[in-house]
Design a protein around this ligand. Structure first.
Ligand SMILES: [Zn+2]
Length: 313
């Protein structure tokens, strides 16, 4: 009787409920990314500038509700990781493209969060080698979490014998333009090529999982043949839209303009193109960007936003 008596009130509440469900729809959709099959989730679609109101570069590869691969961990991505519903215990591997801050700045926040989980298997971490200018992957991790690292209070997660619940296992991947397999476990394989990103050692990654393939350009100016070889016939190609057409100087030395993205996507015959690493200098120029890409590539193309989910069919 009490419930029946409240029915008129509930009837008037329906529009409010609809409004609320619309407001929540994307968030809820994000939390179910990859619940069936393979999906890519964009954790961070922005570049280094905070005013783009996007997390910096970071991606999750989901398989049947498990977040299996994390690619890069730029600033803001740790929060997006939590919002995605993923846990650090689910990850099979972390892959780094390079160690610019906007690709690695939230790594420590993710590792700290994992300390509160009960992960009990090693966490492999793969990334580029170093040079005079940048640390290698093993140096990057040990300079943060080693016995003399900035966060040495968490060294039990890196130094054997200190009794942590699990150990990080960092590896340097020395690759050239021929793809090499860095990691393999079950139906999951990660391979890499070296890409040109100014003087910064950098990798592009290909993740093969459940019979699907997702390729991440990372940051690169597009020079060389490695990225096309790595991306050949990929189901999904994530390319970084960091500079507009006509960019020159340092910007062009570091990043590929839309015409180069389109040429690589076409030469590699990728089946789907996602544009990320969107910066203040490319945001608002989507029509121009798309027009340049369309001169070369005619397949599906999407400009990514944080937490967007791309099922790979
Ligand atoms: Zn970079």
């Amino acid at each position: 009787m009490y419930l029946l008596g409240r029915l008129p009130t509930l009837r008037f509440m329906v529009p409010i409920a609809l409004l609320l469900s619309c407001a929540l729809c994307c968030h809820l959709a994000a939390q179910s990314c990859g619940s069936q099959g393979i999906a890519l989730q964009v954790l961070g679609s922005g570049g280094p500038e905070l005013q783009d109101k996007r997390a910096s570069s970071s991606y999750l590869v989901w398989e049947n509700g498990q977040a299996r691969v994390l690619v890069d961990a730029g600033g803001g991505s740790a929060l997006r990781f939590g919002e995605s519903g993923a846990t650090m215990s689910q990850l099979d591997v972390i892959l780094f493209s390079h160690f610019h801050v906007d690709h690695s700045g939230d790594f420590v926040a993710l590792i700290k969060s994992s300390w509160f989980e009960d992960r009990n298997r090693p966490l492999p971490i793969y990334g580029p080698p170093g040079n005079d200018f940048m640390p290698s992957t093993t140096e990057f991790v040990s300079e943060l979490f080693g016995d003399h690292g900035a966060y040495r209070y968490l060294s039990e997660l890196l130094v054997p014998g200190e009794g942590g619940t699990y150990l990080m296992q960092p590896h340097n991947v020395v690759a050239e333009s021929t793809p090499i397999t860095a990691f393999h476990s079950g139906d999951l394989t990660a391979s890499a090529v070296r890409v040109i990103h100014g003087g910064v050692p950098a990798l592009a990654w290909r993740v093969e999982i459940g019979g699907k393939s997702i390729v991440f350009s990372g940051d690169t100016n597009g020079d060389g043949s490695g990225l096309v070889r790595l991306a050949t016939n990929a189901d999904l190609f994530v390319a970084h839209n960091a500079v507009p057409e006509g960019a020159t100087g340092v910007e062009r030395k570091l990043h590929m303009p839309p015409s180069v993205i389109g040429q690589i996507a076409a030469d590699a015959h990728v089946k789907n193109l996602v544009l990320s690493h969107r910066m203040l200098r490319t945001l608002g120029k989507e029509d121009q960007t798309q027009a340049e890409i369309r001169k070369h590539y005619s397949g599906p193309l999407t400009f990514a936003n944080d937490l967007d989910c791309f099922p790979v069919k």
